[in-house]
Design a protein around this ligand. Structure first.
Ligand code: FES
Ligand code: FE2
Length: 253
């Protein structure tokens, strides 16, 4: 279960409270809250998938809830390093998905990270394809230093309407995945849409040195997060532009 971090009595931060025998007790005046909730405080079903924490907002968005999030196959947690980056943009989830499903922009828009990019196959948008064919296949070289690159083959697919998964299928780090989850938020004070990009990078490698590198996961995670955030700062400009074209600003927004 998850719930608002604001105490329904006077607004104290509930994260500072204590959990005792399944009861969360507010530190300010001792209000006790349990899974059944109370006036002004309604907990929601939650799911911890080991990398991401999910809250199920049953009556928001009008979609039929699933018992658990739809997740792609991930590398073995004991043989991988996971890092999560979160950024927020002035756009809707479909703008984030549109950016992620435009593999052609990679080498042009992020030349510091990608080079020699070829889109080897793209799904036919006019057909309802089986999942195994409904994906982009891209050959690309990741730049790891100015004159050093790592060629890989990767595929992009969508296990859900707001999730895009990039999986390395050949080359260094084969089996690694990057999950991009576009999560709608409440509109901002300007009335414009807001979307959180929650991106989980789950890296693996069959190189002998990778098992040793996993010991340095606490050091590697911030670097992985910084790399994802740098790309997304550019990509959010793209997504925000898509949104601005589709939903022009009115005088009041
Ligand atoms: S603010 Fe939480 S009990 Fe008073
Ligand atoms: Fe991009």
């Amino acid at each position: 279960m998850v719930g608002s971090g604001v105490c329904p009595h006077l607004g104290a931060p509930l994260a500072a409270g204590r959990v005792d025998c399944g009861v969360l007790r507010c530190r300010w005046h001792g209000l006790a809250l349990d899974a059944s909730g109370g006036p002004g405080w309604r907990p929601l079903p939650a799911h911890d998938d080991g990398v991401l924490a999910w809250a199920r907002l049953d009556d928001v968005g009008g979609e039929a809830p699933t018992p658990a999030p739809v997740l792609p196959h991930r590398p073995d947690p004991h043989a991988s390093i996971a890092a999560v980056a979160t950024l927020t943009g002035v756009c809707e989830p479909e703008d984030v998905v549109a950016n992620r499903l435009d593999p052609w922009h990679g080498a042009w828009f992020h030349p510091y990270s990608f080079t020699r990019l070829t889109v080897e196959s793209a799904p036919d948008a006019t057909m309802d394809l089986p999942a195994v064919q409904d994906r982009f296949v891209v050959a690309v070289t990741f730049r790891v230093a100015p004159r050093l690159g790592v060629p890989v083959r990767a595929e992009f697919s969508c296990p859900g309407p707001r999730t895009v998964v990039m999986r390395i299928t050949e080359g260094e780090g084969a089996g690694s995945v990057v999950e991009t989850h576009a999560t709608p938020l409440s509109p901002g004070a300007d009335g414009r849409a807001r979307t959180a990009v929650v991106e989980a990078t789950i890296a693996t490698s069959d190189r002998a040195g990778f098992a040793a590198a996993r010991r340095f996961a606490p050091v590697l995670r911030p670097l992985m997060r910084r790399t994802a955030a740098r790309l997304w700062r550019d990509d959010l400009a793209y997504a925000e532009r898509c949104y601005a074209l589709r939903v022009p600003m009115t005088r009041n927004s």
